[in-house]
Write a protein that binds this ligand. Structure first.
Ligand code: APR
Ligand code: ZN
Length: 222
């Protein structure tokens, strides 16, 4: 059953090639595509449907198996995401409201105030150390966006990212070194309101575009 579903994911997002004289190497195994996959010698080649990057079918399968196995595939060459990527963010809440003050760099605009709350708990099977506890430091965490068109777009996408469990993860905090704790997960947030002492504040004219790129890398766009 498990094996079938792995093959289904590969078949859903790639098509088999009938030609075998492909010049480039397989970026997954770094071997030539004119010979079989080093994993099992299977000679079949596949191209991903949208980006058309080519791999040994078995190499793509090994890559999928070594990941979260949640039904999504990411092209190792160009990072295009197929299907919906989901993360391992623990249960909690995301709330937001408008405050009538402007952020440095956005005079005349209100501010979107986001509040994330996550409590400590016990790790599930999807987490690095199942059945062990995880801590949750610094919650509720407060974040800020300008209430501009682009700021509202970022908010909509952050809500999507929250629903797909991608805003936080469980692992080692790079700030404190603490393991088994809830940390930010590759989608940067501005946690400082009126100043920029930590580097996670405003003004930062590139921030909204940067976070839109980070969201795209997680497969989240409009
Ligand atoms: N505000 C926003 N982002 C931060 C902050 C911060 N104060 N500190 C680190 N980050 C970013 C880092 O740049 C990195 O990309 O979060 C990412 C993960 O860093 P970790 O240190 O592993 O994350 P975490 O332990 O969750 O955060 C450390 O962030 O919001 C605060 O209260 C939190 O003080 C804690 C700090
Ligand atoms: Zn290969």
């Amino acid at each position: 059953k498990h094996q079938t579903s792995i093959n289904e994911v590969i078949d859903q997002f790639s098509k088999e090639l009938t030609i075998r004289d492909v010049l480039e190497d397989c970026i997954i195994c770094c071997d030539t595509l004119t010979e079989g996959s080093p994993y099992d010698n299977d000679p079949r080649l596949v191209a991903l449907l949208h980006c058309n990057h080519i791999f040994h079918r078995s190499c793509l399968k090994e890559m999928y198996i070594s990941g979260p196995k949640d039904g999504h595939l990411q092209c190792p060459t160009c990072k295009t995401i197929y299907g919906e990527k989901t993360g391992i963010q623990p249960p909690g809440s995301m709330d937001f409201h408008l405050v009538p003050h402007c952020l440095p760099g956005y005079p005349g605009y209100s501010t979107i105030h986001i509040i994330y709350n996550i409590s400590p708990g016990i790790q599930g099977p999807e987490h690095p150390n199942p059945n062990k506890p995880y801590t949750a430091r610094g919650f509720p965490r407060h974040c800020y966006l300008p209430d501009t068109d682009k700021g509202r777009k970022v908010l909509r996408l952050l809500v999507k990212a929250w629903e797909r469990r991608l805003i936080f993860t469980v692992g080692v905090s790079s700030t404190t070194g603490e393991p088994n704790t809830v940390t930010w997960n590759e989608i940067h947030h501005k946690t400082e309101f009126g100043s920029n002492i930590t580097g996670h504040g405003y003004p930062d004219p590139q921030y909204l575009d940067n976070v839109l790129t980070e969201l795209t890398l997680q497969g989240i766009s409009e």
